[in-house]
Design a protein around this ligand. Structure first.
Ligand code: GUN
Ligand code: ZN
Length: 436
């Protein structure tokens, strides 16, 4: 379906560069009065007057005082964990065994998978997120369910079949060969269809045999344009377990590299407890780390030192890690990133937080030329933020001296009430607030 051409007015925020580069973070962003959208893409930014002259016939949509930014990009999620978000009392390995694996077992039923995929994407859109990179379950139908639901909404989305052939319960294990075969079939079915991309997805080294990691490494070398997503060094117990399962390797990262699973299109979730060798190697190959702050505090994993990684020139994206993470909201996720920044010694600027949740995450997905910013030629995935969405936020933002002071209370205290409207490739969605 064609999206309507629109002259959108409000306070439109685009980035000229990364606010982590040298200089004042605030100067990396620019406010515009209007944006012209045609055929689902951004055509021009400027004054309302100038764009009106350029497109006299186009319908105008005025968002008033709302701040319009690129839609949020959530670079690491598990859509199958939607219904077990906020489960009490466990750390990583026990949390997987107690809550996650039993829930993922239910995805043997394709109808259940489809129901949760719909619910998950309704929730993320209501939270202003327009692209996610999701793990599915070991069941191929869980991947079809997710891609069908994303396709129906016109979303740019990334997903892959989670592969596990050991240390998971009966019914939630594949094999090295079936993981390779099923991933390849799904990749051929979905990769590059509409706005969808396939990511090769070994869950993490403890749940794959070396044979399975090798098979998926081989698949990646046959399809080097695909992303590869996995977990790395999230908790210290997990790292000790990896050492015992792979006695021959130097470190956790080596379990991936030894099997062809390290590269520039690799997305390594968490990556909190890295050795200096691992940090240097990840940077050298141009791999991306995905910071999941609400997950890291919720499951008790540790403090990711974002400022140190950015200063080293490491590529980093931001993500909810739903349902290890405790929220569907990238606003809540930016707040948690700020709080972890405070605990590791750096106050992140609101421009840096917003950039991480949009352009930064898009770059880790190698989609920075398509999504994550408002600039001519890019796809019109946008979100309008009401910077006075609750009484508590409104009374604080009323005092703001500039746009960053006006935005920061919303980054800290906002939720789905903040989301005034979402556009997916130029088509507006009025957020719905789904119930089970
Ligand atoms: N490590 C392996 N699997 C998972 C998962 O589902 N969630 C989180 N947070 N960490 C993991
Ligand atoms: Zn995860």
């Amino acid at each position: 379906p064609m999206s309507p051409d629109t002259l959108l007015t409000g306070r439109i925020l685009g980035f000229d560069r990364s606010p982590f580069d040298a200089g004042d973070p605030a100067s990396a962003a620019r406010l515009h009065e209007a944006v012209l959208i045609r055929g689902g893409r951004i055509v021009a930014l400027g004054t309302a007057h100038a764009l009106r002259a350029q497109a006299p016939q186009v319908a105008r949509v005025d968002m008033g005082d709302a701040l319009i930014t690129a839609g949020f990009v959530d670079a690491h999620v598990h859509y199958p964990q939607t219904a077990i978000i906020a489960s009490w009392g466990k750390r990583l390995i026990d949390w997987l065994n107690s809550y996650t694996f039993p829930e993922e077992m239910r995805f043997a039923d394709p109808a259940y998978a489809r129901r949760i995929a719909d619910r998950y994407l309704d929730l993320t859109l209501a939270n202003g997120t327009t692209t996610v990179a999701s793990y599915c379950t070991i069941h191929p139908a869980s991947v079809d369910a997710f891609f069908e639901a994303a396709q129906a909404r016109g979303l740019r989305a990334v997903a892959g079949k989670t592969c596990m052939d050991r240390n998971a319960p009966e019914g939630l294990r594949d094999t090295a060969q079936s993981a390779y075969d099923d991933s390849k079939t799904l990749l051929r079915r979905w990769h590059g269809v509409d706005r969808l991309s396939y990511a090769i997805t070994p869950r993490f080294s403890p749940t794959s045999t070396p044979d399975q990691l090798s098979a998926l490494g081989a698949l990646w070398s046959e399809h080097p344009d695909c992303l590869m997503q996995t977990h790395l060094s999230e908790q210290t117990d997990e790292i000790a377990w990896v050492r015992s399962l792979y006695p021959e390797v130097r470190d956790y990262l080596d379990t991936y590299e030894a099997h062809g699973l390290l590269g520039a299109r690799g997305l390594y979730g968490h990556a909190i407890h890295l050795t200096s060798r691992e940090r240097d190697r990840l940077r050298e190959v141009g791999a991306a780390l995905i910071h999941c702050p609400t997950s890291n505090t919720f499951i008790g994993s540790g403090l990711f030192d974002l400022a140190a990684r950015m200063a080293e020139g490491q590529r980093v994206g931001l993500a909810t890690d739903t349902g290890g993470g405790s929220s569907f909201s990238m606003l809540r996720t930016m707040a948690a990133a700020y709080e972890i920044g405070q605990l590791t010694g750096t106050a992140l600027h609101p421009a840096q937080l917003l950039w991480l949740a949009t352009a930064g995450s898009a770059q880790t997905l190698h989609m920075g030329h398509l999504i994550g910013n408002i600039a001519p030629g890019m796809e019109a995935d946008l979100v309008a933020l009401d910077l006075a969405s609750t009484p508590a936020i409104a009374q604080r933002s009323a005092r703001a001296g500039d746009i960053w002071e006006a935005l920061f209370p919303t980054l800290m205290m906002g939720d789905d009430r903040t989301i005034a409207r979402v556009w997916v490739a130029g088509t507006a969605f009025s957020p719905c607030h789904p119930r089970a």
